[in-house]
Every structure is written in structure tokens, then in C-alpha cells.
Write a protein that binds this ligand. Structure first.
Ligand code: R5P
Length: 314
């Protein structure tokens, strides 16, 4: 795509992240006008010319989820009709991902539905970070570059240089990531067996591995209602852990999350900027935000130059 200039646009869900990506790429942000008609329908007009350009639109499908999804779809349609040469949907946080199979009768598979909508609207490629399940890549019939924020967290914890480290997966789904952290940081590995009671309630039943007298780093892809990390933090503390840190890529913070995170025995909560912080989350004294802007910026640069993206993680 070297003959087709690169241009990065931002939807309204995460403009700060988009600005940081543009700063990494040393490119001005594409100009766009986004408004609502009086009946609340959204209208988007591109103010930068995109004909013949390699276009990237940054939009996390976070809260308000339906509005963010719809805006992304309208943006993609707009770029397609304005004759962009190639369109990449940069979706740092891909919402609706957790409904990814029929686990009961008469329920939808929203992850597939949203993937279909993004493709139909005009995306030629997708770039995302820590999808809820890696196999969601296969829900798209267009190329998906799937990044992980693990290097960002690993770098942070490496700098902290915590002694006597144990890396804990708060459920089996996070086992591989925890093993990666443990290999990179040199700690012991422990795994918690979690049972989900309802969408809002989980229990941490048992743990394989030992954390007594150790500083614990937990990793997760999402903190939603914070039931998972709240219970896991309590369990490791009961088992004699010293300081407890959690690194989760997407700070969704819904339902009782803020109360649980305030009450949990956690020394630090780390999330990335795939989702902008709500005011309540920003008040949490032990919460820190690490940026994935450079990671996304580098992936965009490589996609544009037809260079390997996977080699960023080897
Ligand atoms: C589970 O499969 C995920 O990795 C997260 O642990 C989960 O989505 C977090 O949800 P909550 O914060 O509501 O426990």
C-alpha cells in the first residue's frame, strides 16, 4: 500500500487513543464531521479526501455499545462510498464478543453478527487487541490482525522488579497468558478454578499452585463487573499472598465493578487505554492506565508497509 497514502480517522468512542496513534505515526488525524440529526440518527461527513488512500478508522465498540457499533458501521460505509482504496477497522476493544456461542436455546451469537456487520459495512481488514477469545478472528471472512497487550504489561512489571513473584490466572481461560507472563518475568505459575454463577456473580473455588509469601500478578482480558478479580484477589490473600497486582487489557467496569475494586485486596489495578476511563473508575486511587497506542501505531505502520505484524510478538 506504499503508493496509497495512509490516513487515520477517529470515531467518538476513543479519540485520545486515536490521537496517540497518530502521534506515533507522526501523521495528522483525518478530518471528519460527526453529528446527529434531530431524531438522533448519526451523520458522518469526511472532510479529508480519501480517494486512493489506505484508511484506518479507530473506534472501540465500548459503552454506549450500540451507539459505538453503529457509528463504526456508518464510518466504514462513508469511507467505502468515498472511494478509499483500503479500509481497516481498528477496534481496540471489540464489544459484544462474549456472546460467541449458543450456550442456551434461543440466544444470539452477537460476536458473529457484529463481525458480519463490520464486513458488510465496508471493512477490508480488522485490527484489534485481546479479543475475548482468539477464535473470534475466524468470525470474520477478512484478514484480522490480533494484537495482545501482554508486552505492555510485561514491560511494566519488569520495571517494577517485584521479588518472589507468582503469576496467577484468575480462571483457566487466562492460563496461557499467565504462563507467558511467568516465563517472561520469571515467577511461579498458579491457576484458579472459577465458576460463573450468573453474568454478575462468580466464585473462585480452588487454586493450583502456591502464592504464600509471594507478590502476585494476575492477568485477565477484561474487568467487567470485577467479580473475577475480586474473588481471585481474596483467594490469593487467604492463601498468604503479599502484594497483589492485576493487569487487564480492557477496563469495561460495569455493574458493581467500582465497589468491588475499591473493596478488593488489590495493591494496583492496571488497565490499558483501549476503553476511556469512566469518571468513577478514574477516582480509584490504585488504578493505572498503560497505553497500547504505540502497539497499535506500529501494527498500522506494518500493515501499511506490508510487513509482518506477528513478528512484533516474537
Ligand atoms: C472470562 O472469561 C474473562 O476472561 C473475564 O475474566 C471476565 O469476562 C471478567 O468478567 P467480570 O469482571 O464480570 O468477572
Amino acid at each position: 500500500m506504499k503508493d496509497h497514502p495512509i490516513i487515520v480517522f477517529s470515531g467518538t468512542s476513543n479519540p485520545k487513543l486515536a490521537e496517540s496513534i497518530c502521534a506515533y505515526l507522526n501523521k495528522p488525524m483525518g478530518k471528519v464531521w460527526i453529528e446527529r440529526f434531530p431524531d438522533s440518527e448519526k451523520i458522518i461527513r469526511l472532510e479529508s479526501d480519501v480517494r486512493g488512500k489506505d484508511c484506518f478508522v479507530v473506534q472501540s465498540t465500548c459503552r454506549p455499545v450500540d451507539a459505538s457499533v453503529m457509528e463504526l458501521l456508518i464510518f466504514l460505509d462513508c469511507l467505502k462510498r468515498a472511494s478509499a482504496t483500503r479500509i481497516t477497522a481498528v477496534v481496540p476493544y471489540f464489544g459484544y464478543a462474549r456472546q460467541d456461542r449458543k450456550d442456551a436455546g434461543r440466544v444470539p451469537i452477537t460476536a458473529k453478527l457484529v463481525a458480519n456487520l463490520i464486513t458488510s459495512a465496508g471493512a477490508n481488514r480488522v485490527l484489534s487487541v485481546d479479543l475475548h477469545a482468539k477464535q473470534l478472528q475466524g468470525f470474520f471472512d477478512i484478514p484480522v490482525d490480533h494484537l495482545t497487550a501482554a508486552p505492555v504489561f510485561i514491560e511494566y512489571f519488569r520495571r517494577r522488579n517485584l521479588p518472589r513473584l507468582a503469576v496467577v490466572a484468575p480462571d483457566v481461560g487466562n492460563m496461557k497468558t499467565a504462563a507467558l507472563y511467568a516465563a517472561a518475568l520469571g515467577g511461579e505459575l498458579a491457576i484458579i478454578h472459577k465458576r460463573r454463577l450468573t453474568g454478575n456473580e462468580v466464585e473462585s473455588i480452588e487454586m493450583i499452585g502456591t502464592v504464600e509469601g509471594r507478590n502476585v500478578v494476575m492477568c485477565d482480558d477484561i474487568i467487567s463487573t470485577a467479580g473475577t478479580v475480586y474473588n481471585a484477589a481474596r483467594l490469593v490473600k487467604e492463601r498468604g499472598a503479599e502484594q497483589v497486582f492485576v493487569g487487564a487489557t480492557h477496563g469495561v467496569f460495569s455493574g458493581q465493578a467500582i465497589d468491588r475494586l475499591s473493596a478488593a485486596p488489590l495493591d494496583e489495578i492496571l488497565v490499558t487505554d483501549t476503553i476511556p476511563l469512566s469518571e468513577a473508575a478514574a477516582e480509584l486511587p490504585h488504578l493505572k492506565v498503560l497505553s497500547v497506542a504505540n502497539l497499535l501505531g506500529e501494527a498500522i505502520r506494518r500493515i501499511h508497509n506490508n510487513e509482518s505484524v506477528s513478528s512484533m510478538f516474537t
